[in-house]
Design a protein around this ligand. Structure first.
Ligand code: GCW
Length: 706
């Protein structure tokens, strides 16, 4: 956020009431903003707490100069009249704000933010920043704001040592890690603080500092390198962010010298208990562990014939005395598959492994499930695991880093994708959604747990996003990729927000209207370039939900058969007659049976299956007619020509911004739009040519195919 985003608040006279680390952060923010833009801040509160506030003391309770904004903890009174009035309204309604919520109102020319706890005040202040001048014009009746999800978390896939293949940040496209460099903590605390601030402004409250693939050096963050983690925690704490750590399930062996990591072995349990005690000694507000076990080569409980529940509970028990949680990832599948074997279906794996374990996990275990059954493709159905475990706390995992969505070289605004994911009705369009399950506010039940019971007992695990931030000058490499980080935070707080509105907020904060001579053109152009960019990306890449078709390893650019004969379980089965994966119960892998009704029937049916997921669920001839009226082959040609045309148009529109925005941002985006166009053309030509050669069906419009 440029300082300019703070002008409306910074030019106001602010009163602040309350104590605590996060209130001090609010005070410092207000001081900075008001020093720059001519307002002032007075930190009031009960006299006894003022005693040790030095310089603040003489300024408190001096309302003579008037004030425009009051930010107060409700129990820090006596408060100014306007705040008392808001408090009275809340009391009358019996409304609670919770540990992170706040109330906002404007009356008699005074804007008030009230909270029950310091975090609420911090988030309320950032709400004022987001509103800008609108926070200070018309009167506002009392609004209450509370986050939908208790845990709004980022996972960093950052390595401490540079990994020979994956580099400093696995699937990172924004330079190095902001935490680590060449085997050591970077100690560039200014950037870490600025990052924490940025995250607090979008409501993120938890962060894991290392890759879920835990290599040798990174494993030691749990023990002799814990100091590095504690130092990071010290810099995130003032912004209400708790630190979590990815740990290796084999740590009792590799770090503890034990002969086993068997979760039922008492020595192993004692090792985790003692190790965790030490962690909390160093970091009293430590959040917990993140674990990728028995997945893509990472160690896990299978080696001892134990289940994922045994494994997760081992760590949950070690964390429980301190209030910590374990995020246990459900991304478990066979990555040594034989492509000749048509009975193994990677999409089935997470459900097959985890659904039978429902009810066996501890309360402080959170099962972290990727939103789709495969791996963050631009289009996948929703993971059926999310509907299948009413007695388990579930977190939904999104990928902010654009591994499969253009690697922060392509404009691909993911707000609309995530909004579709979160709003998906797992038991039909009108029932509880993915967001309800993640937030713990609704559930449709399962074959063994009636919906009523499920609704009453479900507890949410929140939303997790894999961070897209690095040490690049623009933080996310593509300046417009910052909008994805922004949208993640906003949707974790309020999943029903409209992604275009979120983008509007981001545009105003990032390109404040006061910084350009033509704010209208800036806003319209950014919307034109970004609003539909995810669908554009979908159009020029793999068709109709079939997924992958990316270059193996790097996952950038097209390679239609790149994974077709590989052990990773990601196939499209194109031949001269047709394409797609038969996942039906009738004739395929039976995956459709993992969904509750009505999706089990809808996906099973060739007639009812939505077009955009057709090839995920069915193998069809190229002549198959879509609901859109087009055939599959013509759809492939049309979308790929259209996708490239849209990128051409995006580029043309962007060029209209010349002279209206920061030249450095303009230059970076121009350069990347050139690359996006080059890459989209490559996708178009390879996909179209591939399917033309396979099918022999010419394009109905006679366009150029090679
Ligand atoms: O998306 C895939 C990536 C891996 C990643 C894995 C995971 C951290 O290609 O690089 O590993 O998923 O989510 O664990």
């Amino acid at each position: 956020m440029p300082p300019e985003a703070f002008r409306p608040l910074g030019s106001r006279r602010c009163l602040l009431y309350g104590n605590g680390t996060l209130v001090d952060t609010v005070r410092d923010e207000l001081r900075q903003a008001t020093a720059r833009y001519g307002g002032d801040v007075r930190h009031g509160g009960p006299a006894d707490t003022l005693a040790d506030r030095g310089g603040d003391r003489g300024e408190s309770h001096d309302y003579d100069r008037g004030y425009d904004v009051v930010l107060a903890l409700r129990d820090s009174g006596p408060l100014p009249a306007e705040a008392m009035a808001v408090d009275a309204t809340l009391r009358r309604d019996g409304a609670t704000l919770g540990p992170e919520g706040y109330a906002l109102a404007r009356e008699n020319g005074v804007t008030t933010v009230l909270a029950d706890a310091p975090a609420g005040l911090l988030y309320g202040m950032f709400h004022l920043v987001r509103l800008g001048d609108a926070a200070f014009d018309a009167p506002r009746p009392v609004e209450r704001h509370r986050p939908a999800m208790d845990l709004r978390m980022l996972n960093h896939w950052d390595n401490v040592d540079v990994h020979p293949v994956m580099g400093q940040v696995e699937r990172g496209y924004a330079g190095g890690s902001i935490f680590w460099r060449d085997g050591a903590a970077r100690a560039d605390w200014d950037r870490v603080r600025a990052y924490a601030r940025l995250l607090a402004s979008i409501g993120v409250n938890a962060l894991s500092v290392n890759n879920v693939n835990v290599h040798a050096t990174e494993a030691r963050l749990l023990t002799d390198r814990l100091g590095d983690v504690a130092a990071i925690a010290d810099h995130l704490r003032p912004y209400g962010i708790r630190v979590h750590l990815s740990v290796s399930f084999a740590a009792p062996i590799t770090l503890g010298g034990l002969p086993t990591a068997d979760p039922l072995d008492e020595r192993v349990q004692a090792w985790w208990a003692e190790t965790t005690r030490r962690v909390y000694e160093a970091i009293p507000d430590f959040g917990g562990y993140v674990v990728k076990a028995d997945s893509e080569g990472q160690p896990g409980p299978f080696a001892y014939g134990r289940s994922h529940a045994d494994g997760a509970n081992l760590l949950a028990d070690a964390l429980a005395p301190y209030g910590g949680v374990v995020h246990w990832r459900a991304f478990v599948y066979n990555h040594r598959q034989d492509w000749r074997d048509r009975s193994t279906d990677r999409a089935r794996a997470a459900y097959d492994h985890f659904a039978p374990l429902d009810g066996q996990f501890r309360d402080n275990t959170i099962l972290q499930v990727k939103y789709g059954p495969m791996d963050f493709q631009p289009r996948e159905p929703i993971s059926p695991v999310i509907a299948a475990m009413p007695r388990t706390r579930l977190a939904v995992e999104l990928q902010i880093t654009q591994e499969y969505t253009g690697q922060q070289r392509h404009v691909c605004y993911l707000g609309p994708l995530w909004s579709e994911v979160l709003g998906f009705g797992l038991w039909g369009p009108d029932g509880p959604t993915v967001a309800d399950v993640a937030a713990g506010t609704g559930h449709g039940g399962s074959p063994s747990v009636p919906a009523e019971t499920a609704r009453a007992t479900v507890r949410g695990g929140g939303l997790v996003g894999v961070s897209n931030v690095g040490d690049d000058f623009f933080w996310t490499y593509h300046p417009l990729a910052q909008a994805n980080l922004y949208a993640f935070g906003r949707l974790a707080w309020a999943p029903r927000l409209d992604p275009v509105t979120i983008l509007d907020e981001w545009i105003d904060l990032t390109f404040p209207p006061s910084t350009t001579r033509d704010p209208q053109t800036v806003r319209q152009t950014l919307h034109a370039v970004m609003d539909d960019s995810w669908r554009t990306y979908e159009r020029y890449t793999a068709p109709l939900g079939v997924g992958f078709m990316v270059s193996p390893g790097t996952h950038y650019g097209p390679d239609v058969d790149g994974y077709e004969y590989s052990p990773w379980g990601t196939y499209h089965f194109a031949d001269r007659d047709g394409v797609g994966v038969d996942r039906t119960r009738a004739t395929g892998t039976g995956y459709t049976g993992q969904y509750p009704s009505p999706w089990a029937e809808i996906y099973e049916s060739l007639e009812r299956c939505p077009d955009e997921l057709l090839l995920f669920f069915h193998h069809v001839p190229y002549s198959h007619k879509l609901h859109s009226g087009s055939t599959v082959i013509q759809h492939i040609y049309d979308t790929h020509f259209a996708g490239v045309d849209e990128v051409v148009e995006m580029r043309r529109r962007w060029h209209e911004l010349a002279g209206l925005i920061d030249p450095a941002v303009d230059a970076r985006v121009r350069e990347l739009l050139d690359e996006q166009l080059r890459c989209a053309v490559e996708w178009r030509d390879q996909i179209n040519t591939y399917f033309f050669r396979k099918s022999g069906v010419p394009d109905a419009h006679g366009r150029r195919i090679y």
